[in-house]
Design a protein around this ligand. Structure first.
Ligand SMILES: Nc1ncnc2c1ncn2[C@@H]1O[C@H](COP(=O)(O)OP(=O)(O)OP(=O)(O)O)[C@@H](O)[C@H]1O
Length: 665
């Protein structure tokens, strides 16, 4: 210590200060170690005594528990919140929590500037733990993230208990409550082709069956068939028939196909899984994966089945899937290009396999809708895949009357709060339940007789099977507060509709004719261009061939020339010494050919050049002094036997390759 104090004395630090600092360090360290030890001991204790259950956002129990938790006051009293206006999970029911801001809002349905007020809700933050007392047990509940980067919530519930009975009770209770609250909603799931999974798209209010007006018996038949199917699993199993049922709803647009499916889903308490076959990235594999992940009891909806066929859904790689008569080459090429460009490689066989292949889910009700049944491949619509076919037509008079009664409930039905009414008319059975809150607009309530009378008059004015039910609905919506005027003006409206339809038809025909004309012109132009190109190519080819022929001829003539020279040299008398020096062997031909090329063209050139070369052995060459001399060519490189070439006697003045002057005549 003395040594230490002597060491520190020059620095001005006293021994006492140092000691105090050391003491603080030791005490602090000890305390931190003790804290960590106790935390880890507590965690060990928790791990050994607590039962822990994990719930993932992708599965239903998560929704049940989130819904249950949202009703627990302790969950709402959390001291760390996320404030959100968005739905956290697939169940919009779970976004409201106890203690949310809605308590202060008087009217949920009130509108601000024509928009519904946004609901603001508290949600306990991620990674915070809440303790809730439930049936004599303390539950420790933590909401966490499944993947730190990609999101996806999980729920962890721990409880001190000997067995997991308490957790089972909790999940069952949460499920019951959820189902009770979700009773009036239909959940919609959409196919995500990127990840090959289903995404929750929203929960819609159930649509009463009574609001769908179809020909008598159609709704009842469908409902009974679906119910019968859902409770016949054993019957199917005993007979070895795959437990699936398919319904094909086909017919004109706006006739209630989709609405009926929504309504049936509500009535049967099923969720709807919608897949669009023409969506981007749809392939055989994706579809098979999606179909394999459809839950057992649900409605699988393939909307606008025929639309898939305009996107080259083919049974094999070469066919388009559409009946041959309707397949134009242009359509095929354009559709296949589109399919390739957006990565859609769905084939009809892939679709069929996914519907009833080994991996296809059982227990689901398959509904397919189409506006063009004639475009469907028979394999797709055969019994076993589509067991029940329902045709939807334009509105009949019966439907017109029914829909009018739906829009203008009579005094007596307006006060009925249940969905059952005692009228004998099936279209009046299960009239839509009156809204909980009075509508902003005042609908004059007429007596039942008055409404019946008006409905009959309305139906009489509607032409049979000419206008869609959706169109009638549009007209009634426009006149929802004026039942009498609505009927008075309906004749006028029908005329208007006809005129509009005619106009649209005419415009469409004109547009089509214009497009056709343009297409023809384009085709003609393309053909002309193609012909011109072909002609050009042909000419170029011919020119090339002629050139090649000329070259060949040149070569041949050169060869024959040298041969003939050799033979001439060897047989003729020796030539006297040349008068003038001559250029090399090819000089005469090249000069004459170039001359002819410029003057007479290619053919003349070829002939002339050949002729000139042929004649070049012996040409009358005008000599300066006017005397005509014969032109002789000798090739130096040609070895000539000494005995046979007396003319080749080397002359001292004669160059090696030269034009020799023939002997004077
Ligand atoms: N038979 C009907 N009964 C009641 N409402 C109908 C009926 N038909 C059509 N509608 C109304 O018309 C609108 C369009 O109906 P929906 O979408 O069901 O027709 P769709 O046949 O599926 O048409 P698309 O073939 O174009 O998809 C909806 O708002 C629906 O309320």
């Amino acid at each position: 210590m003395n040594a230490l104090s002597s060491l520190l004395s020059p620095l001005g630090v006293g021994t006492g200060t140092l000691q105090d600092t050391l003491k603080l360090v030791v005490i602090g360290g000890t305390m931190e170690t003790a804290r960590r030890a106790s935390v880890s001991a507590w965690n060990g204790f928790v791990d050994s005594f607590f039962l822990t259950a994990h719930f993932s956002e992708e599965d239903y129990p998560y929704d049940w528990l989130m819904h249950w938790l949202s009703k627990q006051p302790a969950w709402g009293r959390s001291r760390e919140f996320e404030i959100t206006t968005r739905s956290a999970g697939r169940n919009s029911l779970c976004e409201t929590t106890a203690g949310d801001l809605e308590d202060d809002e008087e009217d949920d349905d009130s509108l601000v500037h024509g928009r519904r007020k946004r609901k603001v809700a508290f949600q306990p933050s991620l990674d915070t733990t809440h303790t809730i007392y439930y049936r004599g047990h303390w539950l420790r509940i933590t909401r966490g993230k499944r993947y730190p980067d990609f999101g996806g919530s999980t729920l962890k519930i721990s409880v001190v208990a000997r067995n997991n009975d308490i957790l089972k009770k909790l999940v069952l209770e949460a499920k019951r409550e959820y189902e009770k609250d979700a009773e009036h909603r239909v959940h919609i799931f959409l196919a995500d082709t990127t990840y090959g999974c289903w995404r929750w798209n929203g929960a819609r209010q159930k649509r009463p069956m009574s609001s769908i007006v179809l020909q008598p018996g159609v709704k009842d038949m469908l409902l009974a068939d679906c119910k019968d199917f859902l409770c016949s699993e054993e019957w199917y199993a005993e007979r070895g028939i795959p437990f699936r049922r398919g319904y094909l709803l086909h017919g004109v647009p706006g006739s209630g196909k989709t609405s009926l499916i929504h309504s049936l889903a509500g009535e049967l308490g099923l969720d709807i899984y919608v897949v669009s076959l023409s969506s981007k990235g749809m392939s055989d594999n994706t579809l098979t994966t999606l179909m394999g992940h459809v839950p057992t009891r649900c409605i699988l909806l393939l909307e606008d089945l025929d639309a898939a066929f305009t996107r080259s859904v083919s049974r094999d790689s070469s066919s388009t899937g559409t009946p041959p008569a309707t397949t134009s080459s242009t359509t095929t090429s354009s559709t296949s290009t589109t399919a390739e460009s957006d990565g859609s490689t769905l084939s009809l066989s892939g679709l069929l396999n996914s519907l009833d292949g080994v991996a296809a889910a059982e227990g689901r009700l398959l509904f397919a809708t189409t506006n063009h049944i004639e475009r469907l491949d028979p394999a797709l619509s055969r019994p076993g895949r589509m067991d029940v076919w329902v045709n939807f037509t334009h509105a009949t008079k019966w439907q017109a009357e029914g829909i009018f009664k739906c829009f203008f409930p009579s005094k007596s039905s307006a006060v009925v709060t249940t969905t059952e009414s005692d009228t004998t008319d099936p279209s009046q059975k299960n009239l839509p339940v009156p809204k909980r809150k009075a509508a902003a607009h005042a609908i004059p309530l007429l007596s039942e007789d008055e409404i019946s009378e008006l409905a009959k008059r309305f139906a009489a004015a509607i032409p049979e099977d000419e206008l869609s039910v959706a169109a009638l609905q549009g007209y009634l919506l426009k006149n929802k507060t004026r039942p009498n005027e609505c009927v008075d003006e309906v004749d006028e409206w029908v005329i208007e509709q006809r005129e509009t339809r005619e106009k649209l038809k005419k415009e469409k025909a004109e547009k089509e004719a214009k497009e056709k004309k343009e297409a023809e012109e384009r085709e003609k132009k393309e053909k002309e261009e193609k012909d011109a190109k072909e002609k050009e190519e042909k000419e170029a080819k011919e020119k090339l061939e002629r050139k090649e022929a000329r070259l060949k001829a040149k070569k041949a003539s050169a060869a024959s020339k040298s041969d003939s020279l050799v033979s001439v040299d060897s047989t003729t008398e020796p030539t006297p010494a040349p008068a003038t020096a001559t250029p090399t062997t090819d000089e005469p031909s090249s000069s004459s050919s170039s001359e002819s090329e410029t003057s007479t063209g290619v053919e003349a050139d070829t002939e002339e050049s050949v002729t000139s070369e042929e004649e070049s052995d012996k040409v009358d060459v005008p000599v300066k002094d006017g005397a005509k001399k014969e032109k002789w060519i000798a090739v130096k490189s040609q070895p000539m036997p000494a005995a046979a070439t007396p003319v080749a006697e080397p002359q001292p003045e004669t160059p090696a390759v030269e034009e020799v002057a023939p002997p004077p005549p």
